[in-house]
Design a protein around this ligand. Structure first.
Ligand SMILES: Nc1ncnc2c1ncn2[C@@H]1O[C@H](COP(=O)(O)OS(=O)(=O)O)[C@@H](OP(=O)(O)O)[C@H]1O
Ligand SMILES: Nc1ncnc2c1ncn2[C@@H]1O[C@H](COP(=O)(O)OP(=O)(O)O)[C@@H](O)[C@H]1O
Length: 176
């Protein structure tokens, strides 16, 4: 199974992915997290944030996920994954792909701003530290169409969000 956790920076994808992995570990289920931020730093160093590069990033993560999931590893792709087109491509290319919208309002993200990216996106255009292509602020994010799960991390606690994702995964593993 492949889980696409899609959502803006700071929405809670990584936190949620590790939280659900902990629960799956307790069941003895093998889980791998492919985190966009981590793979960009370690393997995809040449990729930036243009539409082309973001698509390429997701395509590569999808390819790795396809290989892992064939061996029964529950593979969670934790990346912004901003375009519906490439999400659909993964759903149509690989077996058993589920999409999850990790959704949080921009005002809460701007307050959380754990990496300082939202503050940088709001700088004046001519400022040297201005971020010109932050997803959800000045770059495109397509609302996730018909997600298998829609999590509202601005309202739901981490425990509640984890339980919802855990149920999606385990219901699929052990059909009623
Ligand atoms: N311009 C811009 N837009 C969005 N994100 C940015 C940008 N610049 C750097 N970052 C950091 O890169 C992380 C997003 O990488 P992803 O691989 O998840 O992005 S994407 O799916 O290819 O769009 C994202 O990590 P997360 O905060 O974990 O989502 C950011 O820390
Ligand atoms: N319901 C929730 N689910 C996940 N994270 C939450 C939630 N509520 C608050 N947070 C906080 O929001 C931040 C999300 O950061 P992170 O998981 O790195 O997001 P992302 O991977 O989407 O960039 C963390 O500091 C986390 O503690």
């Amino acid at each position: 199974m492949i889980i696409l956790l899609c959502g803006l920076s700071g929405a809670g994808k990584t936190t949620l992915a590790y939280s659900v992995k902990n629960k799956l570990d307790e069941l003895g289920k093998h889980t791998e997290i492919l985190d966009g931020d981590e793979y960009r730093k370690m393997l995809f160093k040449e990729l930036g944030y243009s539409q082309h590069d973001r698509m390429e990033n997701i395509r590569r993560l999808g390819f790795i996920a396809g290989k892992l999931s064939k061996h029964g590893i529950i593979t969670i792709i934790s990346a912004i994954n901003p375009y519906q087109e490439i999400r659909n491509e993964l759903v149509n290319t690989y077996h058993d792909v589920r999409t999850v919208f990790v959704d949080c309002p921009i005002d809460i993200l701007t307050r959380r701003d754990t990496k300082g990216l939202y503050a940088r996106a709001q700088l004046p255009d001519n400022h040297p530290n201005k971020l010109h292509n932050l997803t959800g602020v000045n770059d495109r994010f397509d609302v996730v169409l018909k997600p298998d799960l829609h999590i509202l991390t601005g309202i739901q606690t981490l425990t509640e969000s984890t339980e919802l994702l855990f149920s999606l995964i385990t219901n699929q593993l052990i059909p009623a």
